[in-house]
Write a protein that binds this ligand. Structure first.
Ligand code: IPE
Ligand code: IPE
Ligand code: MG
Length: 256
């Protein structure tokens, strides 16, 4: 059996026991999470929605470490969609400031764990301070070789595909690409997620059973796992439950 990486989250026995139950040779390479339900989590407790976002932010490192401990290679967290700009200005502003708190607080430990920070989404439209916080974290972790912690921020799948199609059409017009070259792999290279592998497992919290414009091309053969728990209450144990369920699934890709 391939030995699992040391657990950094405080060595809780329960986590170790759950990790020990997992098949080390069938860990999803790329896990994507739609971190949903922050607002409802707060409302249930009589708190303002933004308190839920703050609590959700604090959960990010815990789940990052849980993923790293079992050898996940890429963890993508859907943090802000191209549709989330429709929300009240104050809420959007609060969300845009979270990276300014998250990265300075956590970067040291992320670096110590060899984590690489990435972002998938449009820079245009994001406040300069948000971009700077993320860019600094990307730069500081550029030479790391461990888990890729990828934030889907100002990301939307339809916009991503349209922009890819437009750039591809332009490359065909200028003769850089011949129509006969256009296959799934080439199209994938025009998407923002390139060169990341497609997610093997998608987790969505909060009980919503939808994709909400998230990686619609990339999720074609991903295993989907939903929980009624809201993101701030989603723990390492729940994460390992999802991985356990993933390991029980038979991925057939249309074959037998
Ligand atoms: C997810 O929680 C975080 C973002 C979309 C930014 P929500 O804010 O969507 O919480 P609910 O779904 O309203 O409870
Ligand atoms: C999806 O959640 C986006 C993120 C988690 C960032 P939403 O809360 O925006 O999705 P809908 O509106 O319920 O579909
Ligand atoms: Mg929501």
């Amino acid at each position: 059996m391939i030995p699992f990486k040391k657990w950094f989250g405080g060595g809780k026995q329960q986590n170790d026991e759950l990790i020990a139950k997992l098949a080390a040779d069938n860990i999803p390479n790329h896990v994507a999470v739609i971190m949903d339900g922050n607002g409802r989590w707060a409302q249930k407790r009589g708190l303002p929605r933004v308190a839920g976002h703050h609590s959700g932010m604090k959960n990010v490192k815990k789940i990052t470490m849980a993923a790293d401990a079992i050898g996940v290679k890429v963890l993508t967290l859907y943090a802000f969609s191209t549709e989330n700009w429709k929300r009240p200005k104050e809420e959007v502003e609060y969300l845009m400031k979270l990276p300014l708190e998250f990265f300075p607080k956590e970067i040291e430990e992320l670096i110590a764990n060899n984590v690489q920070i990435r972002m998938t989404g449009w820079q245009e439209g994001l406040p300069d301070y948000t971009l700077k916080a993320i860019q600094d974290a990307i730069d500081q972790t550029r030479n790391n070789t461990g888990l890729i912690l990828n934030f889907a921020l100002n990301y939307g799948s339809r916009k991503e595909m349209l922009s890819g199609v437009k750039r591809l059409a332009q490359d065909m017009r200028t003769g850089k690409i011949d129509e006969n070259q256009v296959d799934e792999s080439l199209f994938s290279s025009y998407l923002l997620t390139h060169p990341l592998p497609d997610p093997d497992l998608l987790i969505r919290t909060s009980g919503e059973l939808r994709i909400s414009n998230f990686m619609m091309w990339q999720l074609a053969y991903s295993e989907l796992w939903f929980t009624d728990l809201c993101w701030p209450e989603f723990s390492e144990q729940h994460f390992y439950e999802a991985i356990q369920e993933y390991q029980r699934r038979a991925r057939r890709y249309g074959g037998l």
